[in-house]
Design a protein around this ligand. Structure first.
Ligand SMILES: C=C(O[C@@H]1C=C(C(=O)O)C=C[C@H]1O)C(=O)O
Length: 255
Protein backbone atom coordinates (compact mmCIF):
# COMPACT_ATOMS: atom_id res chain seq x y z
CA UNK A 1 0.00 0.00 0.00
CA UNK A 2 1.27 3.46 -0.90
CA UNK A 3 1.44 5.71 2.14
CA UNK A 4 -1.05 8.56 2.15
CA UNK A 5 0.24 12.09 2.42
CA UNK A 6 -0.96 14.05 5.43
CA UNK A 7 -1.89 17.74 5.52
CA UNK A 8 0.23 19.32 8.21
CA UNK A 9 -0.02 22.87 9.51
CA UNK A 10 2.55 24.28 11.93
CA UNK A 11 3.11 27.58 13.68
CA UNK A 12 4.86 30.19 11.54
CA UNK A 13 7.00 31.56 14.41
CA UNK A 14 10.75 31.17 14.95
CA UNK A 15 10.29 28.77 17.88
CA UNK A 16 8.91 26.14 15.50
CA UNK A 17 11.84 26.24 13.05
CA UNK A 18 13.91 23.53 14.84
CA UNK A 19 10.95 21.15 14.56
CA UNK A 20 10.38 22.04 10.89
CA UNK A 21 14.07 21.61 10.17
CA UNK A 22 13.80 18.06 11.47
CA UNK A 23 10.75 17.28 9.36
CA UNK A 24 12.20 18.82 6.18
CA UNK A 25 15.59 17.10 6.28
CA UNK A 26 13.93 13.70 6.83
CA UNK A 27 12.40 11.48 4.09
CA UNK A 28 9.10 11.77 5.98
CA UNK A 29 8.73 15.21 4.35
CA UNK A 30 7.67 13.41 1.14
CA UNK A 31 4.61 12.16 3.01
CA UNK A 32 3.64 15.64 4.28
CA UNK A 33 1.87 18.59 2.68
CA UNK A 34 3.29 21.23 4.95
CA UNK A 35 1.86 24.68 5.53
CA UNK A 36 2.57 27.37 8.13
CA UNK A 37 0.11 29.69 9.86
CA UNK A 38 -0.36 31.78 12.99
CA UNK A 39 -1.41 29.63 15.98
CA UNK A 40 -5.11 30.62 16.01
CA UNK A 41 -5.29 29.66 12.31
CA UNK A 42 -3.54 26.31 12.96
CA UNK A 43 -6.28 25.62 15.52
CA UNK A 44 -9.06 26.61 13.12
CA UNK A 45 -7.76 24.33 10.38
CA UNK A 46 -7.59 21.30 12.67
CA UNK A 47 -11.08 21.98 14.06
CA UNK A 48 -12.51 22.48 10.54
CA UNK A 49 -10.86 19.33 9.19
CA UNK A 50 -8.59 21.26 6.80
CA UNK A 51 -5.48 19.72 8.38
CA UNK A 52 -4.79 16.14 9.47
CA UNK A 53 -1.93 16.98 11.81
CA UNK A 54 -1.27 20.36 13.40
CA UNK A 55 0.98 22.05 15.86
CA UNK A 56 -1.97 23.55 17.72
CA UNK A 57 -2.44 25.85 20.69
CA UNK A 58 -3.47 23.38 23.40
CA UNK A 59 -6.43 25.57 24.49
CA UNK A 60 -8.31 24.27 21.44
CA UNK A 61 -8.15 20.61 22.52
CA UNK A 62 -11.46 20.61 24.48
CA UNK A 63 -13.21 21.64 21.23
CA UNK A 64 -12.10 18.49 19.40
CA UNK A 65 -14.43 15.48 19.70
CA UNK A 66 -11.52 13.13 19.11
CA UNK A 67 -7.80 13.84 19.08
CA UNK A 68 -4.45 12.38 19.91
CA UNK A 69 -1.22 14.11 20.90
CA UNK A 70 1.27 12.32 18.64
CA UNK A 71 4.59 13.69 19.76
CA UNK A 72 6.86 13.90 22.78
CA UNK A 73 7.88 17.37 21.55
CA UNK A 74 5.94 20.59 21.99
CA UNK A 75 6.30 24.36 22.28
CA UNK A 76 6.67 24.72 26.03
CA UNK A 77 8.61 26.56 28.69
CA UNK A 78 9.85 25.93 32.19
CA UNK A 79 9.71 29.44 33.62
CA UNK A 80 10.39 32.52 31.45
CA UNK A 81 9.37 31.91 27.82
CA UNK A 82 10.47 35.37 26.60
CA UNK A 83 7.87 35.59 23.79
CA UNK A 84 4.53 35.47 25.61
CA UNK A 85 3.87 38.49 27.77
CA UNK A 86 1.60 41.24 28.96
CA UNK A 87 3.15 44.58 28.02
CA UNK A 88 2.24 48.06 29.18
CA UNK A 89 3.23 51.52 30.32
CA UNK A 90 1.92 50.94 33.84
CA UNK A 91 2.11 48.09 36.36
CA UNK A 92 -0.51 45.37 35.94
CA UNK A 93 -2.52 46.51 38.96
CA UNK A 94 -3.04 49.88 37.23
CA UNK A 95 -4.17 48.33 33.92
CA UNK A 96 -7.91 48.71 33.34
CA UNK A 97 -8.07 47.13 29.85
CA UNK A 98 -6.13 44.36 28.18
CA UNK A 99 -5.86 43.53 24.48
CA UNK A 100 -5.84 39.76 23.88
CA UNK A 101 -3.62 38.78 20.94
CA UNK A 102 -5.71 37.41 18.05
CA UNK A 103 -2.80 35.14 16.98
CA UNK A 104 -3.19 33.22 20.23
CA UNK A 105 -5.57 30.67 21.67
CA UNK A 106 -3.55 29.28 24.58
CA UNK A 107 -2.00 32.45 26.00
CA UNK A 108 -5.35 34.24 25.88
CA UNK A 109 -6.73 31.61 28.26
CA UNK A 110 -3.52 31.56 30.28
CA UNK A 111 -3.71 35.33 30.76
CA UNK A 112 -7.33 35.03 31.93
CA UNK A 113 -6.39 32.23 34.34
CA UNK A 114 -3.45 34.12 35.80
CA UNK A 115 -5.40 37.37 36.17
CA UNK A 116 -8.16 35.51 38.03
CA UNK A 117 -6.14 33.09 40.14
CA UNK A 118 -2.64 34.55 40.50
CA UNK A 119 -2.71 38.33 40.11
CA UNK A 120 -6.38 38.56 41.20
CA UNK A 121 -6.83 41.68 39.14
CA UNK A 122 -9.86 42.46 37.02
CA UNK A 123 -9.55 44.10 33.62
CA UNK A 124 -11.83 44.60 30.66
CA UNK A 125 -10.65 42.41 27.78
CA UNK A 126 -10.34 43.95 24.33
CA UNK A 127 -10.30 42.05 21.05
CA UNK A 128 -7.13 42.69 19.11
CA UNK A 129 -6.59 43.04 15.38
CA UNK A 130 -3.50 43.73 13.26
CA UNK A 131 -1.77 46.87 14.51
CA UNK A 132 -3.17 46.68 18.07
CA UNK A 133 0.32 46.80 19.60
CA UNK A 134 0.41 50.52 18.68
CA UNK A 135 -2.72 51.03 20.81
CA UNK A 136 -1.11 49.65 23.98
CA UNK A 137 -0.43 52.55 26.35
CA UNK A 138 -1.67 54.41 29.42
CA UNK A 139 -3.91 52.07 31.40
CA UNK A 140 -4.36 49.76 28.38
CA UNK A 141 -2.07 46.73 28.39
CA UNK A 142 -1.66 44.07 25.75
CA UNK A 143 -0.94 40.37 25.57
CA UNK A 144 1.51 39.74 22.72
CA UNK A 145 2.85 36.34 21.65
CA UNK A 146 5.48 34.99 19.31
CA UNK A 147 7.89 36.86 17.04
CA UNK A 148 5.97 40.16 17.30
CA UNK A 149 6.86 40.33 20.99
CA UNK A 150 10.60 40.37 20.27
CA UNK A 151 12.03 43.83 20.99
CA UNK A 152 8.92 45.07 22.85
CA UNK A 153 10.99 45.14 26.05
CA UNK A 154 12.55 48.34 24.66
CA UNK A 155 9.13 49.88 24.06
CA UNK A 156 7.22 49.17 27.27
CA UNK A 157 8.16 49.84 30.89
CA UNK A 158 6.30 46.81 32.29
CA UNK A 159 6.48 43.21 31.07
CA UNK A 160 4.85 40.19 32.65
CA UNK A 161 6.18 36.93 31.19
CA UNK A 162 3.36 34.37 31.31
CA UNK A 163 5.75 31.41 31.52
CA UNK A 164 7.27 32.92 34.67
CA UNK A 165 3.88 33.77 36.20
CA UNK A 166 2.52 30.24 35.57
CA UNK A 167 5.65 28.71 37.14
CA UNK A 168 5.33 30.99 40.18
CA UNK A 169 1.64 30.13 40.46
CA UNK A 170 1.84 26.34 40.02
CA UNK A 171 5.50 25.32 40.30
CA UNK A 172 5.11 23.69 36.89
CA UNK A 173 6.40 24.16 33.35
CA UNK A 174 3.82 24.94 30.66
CA UNK A 175 2.76 23.68 27.22
CA UNK A 176 1.66 26.30 24.71
CA UNK A 177 1.29 24.10 21.62
CA UNK A 178 1.41 20.36 20.87
CA UNK A 179 1.39 18.15 17.77
CA UNK A 180 -2.13 16.80 17.44
CA UNK A 181 -4.04 14.66 14.96
CA UNK A 182 -7.74 14.02 14.55
CA UNK A 183 -7.08 10.98 12.28
CA UNK A 184 -5.95 7.41 12.77
CA UNK A 185 -2.24 7.37 11.98
CA UNK A 186 -0.10 4.25 11.78
CA UNK A 187 2.29 3.69 14.71
CA UNK A 188 5.14 3.56 12.15
CA UNK A 189 4.27 6.99 10.79
CA UNK A 190 4.03 8.45 14.29
CA UNK A 191 7.40 6.93 15.22
CA UNK A 192 9.01 8.38 12.06
CA UNK A 193 7.41 11.78 12.68
CA UNK A 194 8.77 11.87 16.22
CA UNK A 195 12.23 10.75 15.14
CA UNK A 196 12.32 13.56 12.57
CA UNK A 197 11.36 16.17 15.18
CA UNK A 198 14.07 14.81 17.49
CA UNK A 199 16.67 15.18 14.73
CA UNK A 200 15.66 18.80 14.22
CA UNK A 201 16.18 19.55 17.90
CA UNK A 202 19.60 17.90 17.71
CA UNK A 203 20.58 20.57 15.15
CA UNK A 204 19.85 23.70 17.17
CA UNK A 205 23.45 24.99 16.97
CA UNK A 206 23.43 24.84 13.13
CA UNK A 207 20.06 26.58 12.92
CA UNK A 208 21.34 29.84 14.35
CA UNK A 209 23.46 30.18 11.19
CA UNK A 210 20.46 29.67 8.92
CA UNK A 211 17.89 31.89 10.57
CA UNK A 212 17.97 35.67 10.60
CA UNK A 213 18.26 37.25 14.03
CA UNK A 214 14.92 39.00 14.64
CA UNK A 215 16.49 41.81 16.65
CA UNK A 216 20.14 42.81 17.32
CA UNK A 217 20.03 41.96 21.03
CA UNK A 218 17.93 38.79 20.72
CA UNK A 219 20.02 35.64 20.94
CA UNK A 220 18.20 32.96 18.98
CA UNK A 221 20.34 30.06 20.21
CA UNK A 222 19.70 31.12 23.81
CA UNK A 223 15.96 31.43 23.11
CA UNK A 224 15.84 27.89 21.68
CA UNK A 225 17.80 26.36 24.56
CA UNK A 226 16.91 28.43 27.64
CA UNK A 227 13.39 29.71 27.04
CA UNK A 228 11.53 27.35 24.73
CA UNK A 229 11.46 23.89 26.26
CA UNK A 230 10.56 21.34 23.61
CA UNK A 231 10.19 18.17 25.72
CA UNK A 232 6.63 17.15 26.47
CA UNK A 233 7.58 15.45 29.74
CA UNK A 234 5.50 14.31 32.72
CA UNK A 235 5.46 17.70 34.46
CA UNK A 236 4.28 19.40 31.27
CA UNK A 237 1.52 16.78 30.86
CA UNK A 238 0.45 17.49 34.43
CA UNK A 239 0.43 21.22 33.67
CA UNK A 240 -1.58 20.53 30.52
CA UNK A 241 -4.25 18.61 32.49
CA UNK A 242 -4.53 21.43 34.97
CA UNK A 243 -4.72 24.09 32.27
CA UNK A 244 -7.28 22.14 30.21
CA UNK A 245 -9.59 21.71 33.23
CA UNK A 246 -9.65 25.50 33.49
CA UNK A 247 -10.32 25.88 29.74
CA UNK A 248 -13.13 23.28 29.82
CA UNK A 249 -14.75 24.96 32.83
CA UNK A 250 -14.63 28.34 31.05
CA UNK A 251 -16.08 26.76 27.89
CA UNK A 252 -18.93 25.29 29.95
CA UNK A 253 -19.94 28.79 31.09
CA UNK A 254 -19.63 30.13 27.56
CA UNK A 255 -16.34 32.05 27.78
C1 LIG B 1 5.74 30.34 23.29
C2 LIG B 1 4.95 30.61 22.30
O1 LIG B 1 3.89 29.81 22.18
C3 LIG B 1 2.86 30.01 21.22
C4 LIG B 1 1.64 30.41 21.85
C5 LIG B 1 0.43 29.98 21.38
C6 LIG B 1 -0.86 30.52 21.88
O2 LIG B 1 -0.84 31.40 22.75
O3 LIG B 1 -1.93 30.11 21.40
C7 LIG B 1 0.40 29.00 20.39
C8 LIG B 1 1.51 28.47 19.86
C9 LIG B 1 2.84 28.77 20.38
O4 LIG B 1 3.72 28.96 19.33
C10 LIG B 1 5.25 31.68 21.34
O5 LIG B 1 4.98 31.49 20.14
O6 LIG B 1 5.82 32.68 21.73
Amino acid sequence: MVDQTHRVVAVSYLNTKPLLYGLLRNPISERLQLDLAIPSECARRLVDGQADIALVPVAVLPELPHYEIISDYCIGANGAVATVGIYGDVPLEEMTHLYLDHHSRTSVMLARLLLAEYWQHEVTFLDARDGYIDDIGGSIGGLVIGDRSIGLDRRFAYIYDLGTAWKDHTGLPFVFAAWVTTRELSPEFVADFNAALREGLAHLPQLQYLLPSPSPDFNLAHYFTHHIDYDLDGDKRQALDRFLSYVSAEMAIGR
